[in-house]
Design a protein around this ligand. Structure first.
Ligand SMILES: Cc1cc2nc3c(=O)[nH]c(=O)nc-3n(C[C@H](O)[C@H](O)[C@H](O)COP(=O)(O)OP(=O)(O)OC[C@H]3O[C@@H](n4cnc5c(N)ncnc54)[C@H](O)[C@@H]3O)c2cc1C
Length: 450
């Protein structure tokens, strides 16, 4: 009756994980994609970033041994690194496209738009499906100032062949701070401009201030409470003017003031599907107000972090719903999230700010891991764990980490939180030693109830 069982608008993580599960279950699926197949993470997000960041992380690590075996950390040849990124990351989407083709999942090229509850206009073709999944993602917010066309976004930055000598980052969120950490290491003249005082406002102030202090020591300037008024090209300088009329000349401006959901020209209004400033509104089964139309990933109006693993989680969830293998409302586990600054900051579960605001519910305990176990912490003396325990049960309900291995710690803490593990449970586990994961296990075990 329909052309397909399921049609996806978009082909990023929000879509293709579900498509794989559905295709394996013999469902007929198709994608509609207007840009490069596989979306942001694969082409100009996580993959490109981690490839480019990794040598910086290593050099940062070597720096901690300066004078005790290492004379000088090596410098990084950005142009060579970028050439490698283009060689390795650029073809990934073709691998995925090949896999989709092999599994009989066609990609219709062009803009996807809903026609009705079962029909999608895909470029100049019209296709029908029993279910439709919207996975249209987000795009960078453009600055609303004269000269905004001179401002680059994260996609441009992850493709830049010659590293700019003077660079201004507008915004002090995750993308800005991650890229500014790299730029500081490159020895560029770096300025981070932010409209208020809270850098990385979603993350614990005690760790953000350590990253900021380190970046300042590397020569980064933070212009807080500064608003852009305009951007101009004057000769070879890009000149940024602020609302207080002060100016700054640079070679490159990166605008990273947030991302906005792609909800325009999707036919949502005509079908009565509501959106907010955060994205498409869904119920607790990720269904829009039209029961045959789901939404998944970054384009969804949600409070949880918009990340690849959350898009993947939602995608798999939708597949199970469509296959009739689950009818439960979506229940997110504790979601660890990591900022790839140098060093990293990670958190999971109840935040330190939430715990500080409700001391009757939560108790925070910090462990100066770096000082206690300097050699295990790879000489990172200020690496630290902060645990949030329930006052009622004593169990772990949140954690924040500062240090190069913060991602590993946050993942392990997520398991402890989700499974409500006790000290006795942890005492039954054996990890490799001496490692970051074992350090967490041995330091957390005595802090939990038996
Ligand atoms: C610089 C950067 C770094 C990041 N780093 C990390 C990280 O380290 N870890 C992490 O977990 N997350 C990271 N993220 C976030 C992560 O990339 C996203 O959460 C993830 O890609 C969301 O997947 P998605 O499928 O929802 O959206 P997307 O991957 O954006 O896919 C949406 C797709 O839909 C297509 N599309 C949109 N509208 C239409 C339409 N009408 N018709 C047809 N096609 C359409 C788009 O072209 C796109 O291909 C990063 C993001 C950026 C920008």
């Amino acid at each position: 009756m329909y052309d397909y069982d399921v049609v996806f608008i978009g082909s990023g993580h929000a879509c293709w994980h579900a498509a794989l599960l559905l295709a394996k279950a013999q469902k007929k699926v198709a994608f509609v994609e207007e840009d490069t197949v596989a979306g942001t993470c694969t082409n100009w997000g996580c993959n490109a970033k981690i490839l480019l960041d990794s040598p910086f992380e290593m050099v940062d690590g070597l720096d901690r041994y300066r004078g005790i075996g290492i004379d000088e950390a090596p410098s990084i040849d950005w142009t060579a690194l970028m050439a490698y990124k283009k060689k390795v990351v650029t073809p990934v989407h073709t691998v995925l496209e090949g896999m989709f083709a092999q599994m009989g999942m066609p990609v219709f090229r062009g803009h996807g738009r809903l026609v009705d509850a079962h029909t999608v206009q895909a470029g100049d073709k019209r296709i029908t499906a029993e279910y439709i999944v919207l996975g249209t993602g987000e795009r960078p917010r453009r600055l609303d100032v004269p000269g905004e066309e001179l401002v680059h976004d994260s996609r441009d930055f992850l493709d830049v062949d010659v590293f700019p000598k003077r660079i201004v980052f507008v915004g002090a969120g995750i993308i800005s701070m991650e890229f500014a950490s790299i730029a500081a290491r490159m020895g560029s003249e770096v300025t981070v401009v932010h409209r208020n005082e809270r850098v990385l406002s979603m993350y614990p102030a005690r760790y953000v201030s350590r990253v900021v202090d380190k970046m300042k020591a590397q020569g980064v300037t933070f212009l807080l409470n500064h608003e852009l008024a305009k951007v101009e090209q004057i000769g070879s300088d890009t000149v940024v003017t602020f609302t207080d009329e002060s100016t700054l000349a640079c070679d490159y401006v990166l605008g990273a003031t947030g991302r906005i959901a792609n909800v325009e020209d999707l036919g949502l209004e005509e079908l009565g599907i509501a959106t907010s400033s955060r994205g498409i509104e869904v119920d607790n089964h990720l269904r829009t107000s039209v029961p045959t139309i789901f939404a998944s990933g970054d384009c969804v109006d949600k409070r949880i972090p918009k990340l690849t693993p959350t898009a993947t989680f939602e995608s798999n969830y939708i597949a199970l719903q469509i296959l009739g293998l689950s009818s439960d409302p979506i229940a997110y586990p504790a979601i660890p999230n990591l900022v790839f600054t140098l060093p990293r900051i990670a958190q999971v579960g109840v935040t330190l700010a939430e715990a500080e605001a409700s001391p009757e519910r939560w108790r925070i305990e910090t462990v100066d891991f770096g000082k206690r176990l300097l050699f295990e912490a790879k000489n990172e003396a200020d690496a630290e764990f902060a645990f949030v325990f329930s006052q009622e049960t004593g169990l772990l309900e949140g954690a924040a980490f500062y240090g190069q291995d913060a991602g590993v710690w946050a993942d392990l803490a997520a398991i402890v939180i989700d499974r409500k593990l006790t000290g006795r449970d942890l005492s039954q586990m054996v990890f490799t030693f001496p490692t970051a994961s074992q350090a967490l296990l041995s330091l957390l075990t005595p802090l939990l109830p038996l």
